[in-house]
Design a protein around this ligand. Structure first.
Ligand code: IVH
Length: 376
């Protein structure tokens, strides 16, 4: 095949592979088998081996890098990555709404789950992913492009020409099922395990070798456009453009008319929390109108147009004061932890079963230990 034909063929394969990648990883709705998908990739790899100068940055074969990096390069964010102010009850959310009203009048909101993972920024130029970075100190982060490319739901090439030159924000996370499977497999081999899915996600992104990251069950939800040549009137429109461009957006994102509706939806999300295959630690409430967002602006740390509503923590640490033995009806003995009272997920906990004595020994639990208590 001559180079001109190879180029054409490669372009076609990119399109085909990107389409099937999108159907599989973003829509969860594959239209071809894994085998057929692999065959397409193999065809592309073969052509690229023949014509190495036709390998592009956004080629689907470039998701995993060759070898480890020496270190990450620090990069400056196009727009600072602010963090959100927190609220812990609905009255604080009503106060947020009062501040919005005082500044710009009535506002509609969009409510989203607050994903408990690691925040990242993705930069696209002419539809091509050119850089992905960690949040870092909010102004500068680490260039982790090669690690982020291993996440198949991150488009290497944007669809539909809706965004083109854009910087987007999202949260990388490890699914609960993926986390449990990963830990079980590694515990069996006597290797270290992750403390929780958030550490698993953040720790994975800090790996210098993207081949390791490629084997971690990571995924991403994109929730904001931080910079775009194309302007949007509302956050809802921006979210729809993100979806159109091929990003994975959280399906529980919802527009509401006012703060009382937002509160109702926060309540719904908190109840839904237990049924999701990923951890959420709250809800994010965002002013829908971009014009109003711009009028509201930001303090040095937080935007004034968005706030998080934190769910009651499911985990807390406390001290193990004593171990009691409970005698069951059939005579079974169960060790029970007597804890320094602590609030976990909205309830006060002072006792917790330790299951059995083997478990006590296995975990080497002793009186006076600091322990992590989780409601499940
Ligand atoms: S919006 C200026 N939306 O929570 C807007 N953040 O402290 C900033 N997060 O750093 C973020 N889910 O890493 C937004 N749906 C969501 C989110 C979300 C999780 C993270 C993000 C941010 C932190 C807020």
């Amino acid at each position: 095949m001559n180079k001109k034909d190879a180029k054409k063929k490669i372009g076609k394969l990119h399109e085909e592979i990107n389409y099937h990648n999108y159907k599989y990883y973003v829509e969860n709705n594959p239209v071809i088998s894994d085998y057929e998908f692999d065959q397409l990739l193999k065809k592309l790899e073969k052509l690229e081996a023949e014509f190495p100068d036709l390998i592009t940055l956004d080629s689907p074969t470039q998701r995993v890098g060759g070898g480890p990096l020496d270190e990450f390069i620090t990069v400056e964010h196009k727009v600072p990555m602010l963090s959100l102010g927190n609220t812990y009850n609905y009255d604080e959310l009503r106060e947020f709404d009062e501040r919005v009203k005082k500044n710009v009048g009535d506002a509609e909101y969009v409510v989203e789950p607050k994903i408990d993972g690691a925040g990242v920024a993705l930069l696209y130029q002419a539809n091509i992913l050119i850089r992905g970075a960690t949040r870092g100190d909010g102004f500068r982060g680490d260039d982790i492009t090669q690690n982020l490319k291993t996440i198949h739901s991150i488009p290497l090439h944007l669809r539909d020409n809706v965004l083109k030159n854009v910087e987007v924000r999202g949260e990388v996370y490890m699914s609960l099922s993926g986390f449990e499977k990963y830990n079980a497999e590694h515990a069996e081999k006597g290797e270290t395990v992750f403390a929780n899915p958030r550490n698993a996600a953040a720790g994975s992104l800090r790996q210098l070798d993207s081949r390791i990251v490629a084997n971690r069950p990571l995924n991403i939800f994109i929730y904001n456009i931080s910079f775009s040549e194309k302007k949007f009137e509302t956050h809802e429109e921006a979210i729809n453009a993100l979806k159109k461009a091929g990003f994975r957006v959280n399906p529980l994102t919802k527009k509401v008319k006012n703060i009382e509706e937002a509160i109702k939806y926060c309540d719904k999300l908190e109840k839904k929390r237990e049924t999701l295959d990923y951890e959420i630690d709250g809800a994010v409430i965002k002013v829908n109108s971009i014009a109003l967002q711009e009028q509201l602006g930001a303090t040095s740390k937080n935007p004034r147009w968005a706030i998080s509503y934190k769910f009651a923590a499911k985990q807390s640490t406390t001290v193990l004061n004593d171990i009691d033995v409970q005698v069951g009806r059939t005579g079974t003995l169960t060790p029970v932890a007597l804890l320094e009272s602590v609030e976990v997920g909205g309830v006060t906990v002072s006792r917790a079963t330790l299951h059995n004595f083997d478990e006590l020994e296995r975990k080497d639990i002793r009186i006076g230990d600091h322990v992590l208590v989780e409601r499940s």
